[in-house]
Design a binder for this molecule. Structure first.
Ligand code: FCB
Length: 442
């Protein structure tokens, strides 16, 4: 068999992505901990508990795993509720801990990418109305200044807010995440405040660190009309894409927010992205359905025959990755894939999911799309929000009771990709022979 390798550009970032609440454990001072303690909020009554026990120090062994796995970068988030446990109190020990962790990445040869907000809010902020209250904009800016001053010597790659679109949609439309609302008006207000919080953070970071690269990570679940010949499906998929996926990137380009409730100028947000962060997992079909009142008459589903993940949460749709990157090119800024991965406890689907998605990234690179890095979600199984521990996204398996880790074959596959800076036909033949013909036809 002839050998072929799909190579990536030199300096391409390869790593895993994580988030504070999902890995640290004992994050008792944020709204998620409170939410987990309300009956019926989390599948099977699961709790984050110790999570991956990073706050207890297990980040060291996990960073060793990442480094041995050839990762040259890692994306993590800092927890607002730890750093600022009360409006008038900063916990310098918590900041020291983050400094130590980030130094730990650098010492192991990994470039840190730090998210300043990843779904979790301090309880004191929630009590003041959270992101519904515009006071959050200056509160977030204050927090960001404090963190960036403390970490500036180690970090220059920042995500201000992870999935502001997911935060608003799940917290205020579907209600599956805190505060569990179904209220488009409030959701729109939250989107505007997230946008303004991002803009304030962007300017603050650049003031402190002119060379910083700052962006948002957007949930890019794309939507296709279920019946392309049916105008209502087409219209609905357009409206949802515009208001969910495209809202933040468009607004931080133009400074004009086009919400479901009308247009609003937000001039301070104009030109506040140095890169586009893409979280791409899957693509869904959307059909107009009068019964779906809560979700704007949109029924979302995977087409028959889709290559579904373990719980049916995602479908393996690598073409969607390519199409998303192609869409991202219009912003004329570098693109970083800030998340991509699949829930798969037995690692049956993950190897092919990985190579097929990275292959599409490679294709995009060959169209000269400015793609600079790829972060796999995630390193070690972690607490998956309202789905608790029912979904396993790790390259490494975790038993949250014993904290034991076990390597999945995908960890080795991803290590080979990172070390080779590419995918070879030989890797695909070994780890995902079922898609060999698709990637290397004849
Ligand atoms: C993304 C979130 C991340 C993780 C993955 C599976 O939407 O940003 O925290 O839960 O989904």
């Amino acid at each position: 068999m002839a050998q072929a390798t799909f190579h990536f550009p030199r300096g391409f970032l390869w790593g895993a992505a994580t988030a504070s609440h999902q890995v640290e454990g004992n994050n008792k001072n944020n709204q998620w901990w409170a939410w987990e303690n309300e009956p019926g909020r989390i599948l099977q009554g699961h709790r984050s508990g110790l999570a991956c026990d990073w706050w207890g120090g297990r980040w060291r062994e996990d960073f060793d795993r990442a480094a041995e796995g050839g990762h040259n970068a890692h994306r993590l988030s800092v927890e607002w509720s730890r750093i600022q446990p009360a409006p008038d109190r900063w916990d310098e020990n918590a900041l020291d801990r983050y400094r130590e962790m980030i130094r730990g990445l650098i010492e192991r040869g990994m470039t840190p990418m730090v998210s300043l907000h990843h779904y979790s809010d301090p309880l004191w902020l929630t009590e003041r109305g959270g992101w519904e209250n515009e006071a959050v904009v200056s509160a977030f800016e204050k927090f960001v200044r404090h963190v960036v001053e403390a970490l500036r010597e180690y970090v220059s790659l920042w995500v201000t807010i992870n999935e502001p679109n997911g935060y608003a949609a799940q917290g205020y439309v579907t209600g599956s995440m805190p505060p569990g609302q179904n209220n488009i008006r409030l959701g729109t207000q939250v989107m505007i405040n997230l946008l303004r919080g991002h803009a304030a953070a962007y300017h603050a970071i650049h003031q402190i660190q002119p060379q910083a690269r700052v962006g948002l990570a957007i949930n890019c679940t794309s939507l296709l009309p279920a019946r392309p010949w049916f105008p209502l499906d087409t219209l609905l998929s357009k409206i949802l894409t515009r208001h969910l996926v495209e809202f933040f990137p468009n607004t931080v380009r133009d400074g004009v927010a086009r919400t479901l409730l009308g247009k609003r100028r937000v001039p301070e947000a104009k030109n506040t992205q140095d890169f586009l962060g893409v979280n791409y997992y899957t693509r869904r079909h959307v059909a107009f359905d009068l019964r779906e009142i809560k979700t704007l008459f949109a029924r979302q589903f995977f087409p028959a025959g889709a290559d579904l993940s373990y719980t049916g949460f995602l479908a393996n749709d690598p073409q969607g990755m390519f199409d998303t990157l192609k869409w991202g090119v219009q912003f004329k800024i570098p693109i970083i894939i800030t998340e991509n991965g699949v829930e798969d406890p037995d690692d049956r689907l993950r190897p092919r999911y990985l190579v097929q998605h990275i292959h599409q990234v490679w294709r995009a690179v060959n169209f000269n799309y400015p793609i600079k890095g790829f972060f796999h979600w995630t390193l070690v199984d972690n607490f998956e929000w309202e789905r608790g521990w029912t979904q396993r996204f790790g390259l490494w398996e975790l038993d949250p009771e014993t904290q034991a880790r076990r390597k999945r074959p995908s960890a080795d596959l991803f290590a080979e990709i990172c070390k080779e800076n590419g995918i070879s036909s030989e890797m695909v033949a070994r780890y995902a022979p079922e898609v060999f013909q698709k990637l290397f036809p004849n």
